[in-house]
Ligand binder design. Structure first.
Ligand SMILES: [Zn+2]
Ligand SMILES: [Zn+2]
Length: 196
């Protein structure tokens, strides 16, 4: 199972960040945000992790991509996340992370595996709310004929303007993780799902 997915359509990293914060910033969780559009990281820590400084909690990294957002969930160290967002460790330390919430001493026994599933559930829910998904958006489906530079609507086998064959350049996505793949690929290079 992959920990990176692409959601295609009209959504910004901050849209998803907002939903993750409003869902997780309560109870046994502590949520921090670093960065802003087009690159945001959200760290979600359980109480157990909060005590140890929150350096090993789950981190959701959200990047704007051409046709939507790329979302990654992983156990990245917080300063590593800062670096991947193009911030130096120093500037991350100079601008203290926004502490959005703190958990109290409610006993919690949430394992990170369960948290991982919960996070993806909220991400998928948020994606549905924004009308985006792992299928290619109509905007990106409109591909340009390499011969006459006419934009063609989705599904055309031949260019509507010059009649050139377009089959091989028709982009598509892995419906499991949203990666854009070519029509020649049989297996998703990201999550290894079979492509139909
Ligand atoms: Zn053409
Ligand atoms: Zn895939």
């Amino acid at each position: 199972m992959s920990d990176t997915r692409i959601y295609h359509g009209d959504i910004k990293p901050s849209d998803l960040a907002r939903d993750l914060i409003s869902h997780f910033n309560r109870g046994n969780y502590r949520v921090q945000q670093i960065g802003r559009d087009p690159k945001i990281a959200i760290q979600i820590a359980t109480h157990q992790f909060a005590q140890s400084g929150g350096q090993t909690a789950l981190t959701v990294t959200i990047h704007q991509v051409e046709d939507g957002i790329s979302v990654q969930v992983g156990k990245q160290a917080w300063l590593g996340v800062a670096a991947s967002l193009g911030l130096s460790a120093l500037s991350a330390l100079r601008n203290p992370l926004t502490l959005l919430g703190r958990i109290d001493d409610i006993a919690q026994d949430i394992e990170s595996l369960q948290l991982d599933e919960d996070i993806w559930e909220v991400i998928n829910y948020s994606a549905r709310q924004h009308g985006v998904g792992t299928a290619l958006s109509d905007r990106l489906k409109r591909y340009v004929c390499p011969y006459c530079i006419t934009a063609n609507p989705p599904g055309e086998g031949n260019c509507v303007a010059c009649g050139a064959p377009l089959g091989d350049i028709q982009p598509r996505t892995c419906l499991n993780c949203g990666f854009v793949v070519s029509s020649l690929e049989r297996e998703c290079p990201n999550c290894h799902a079979k492509l139909i």
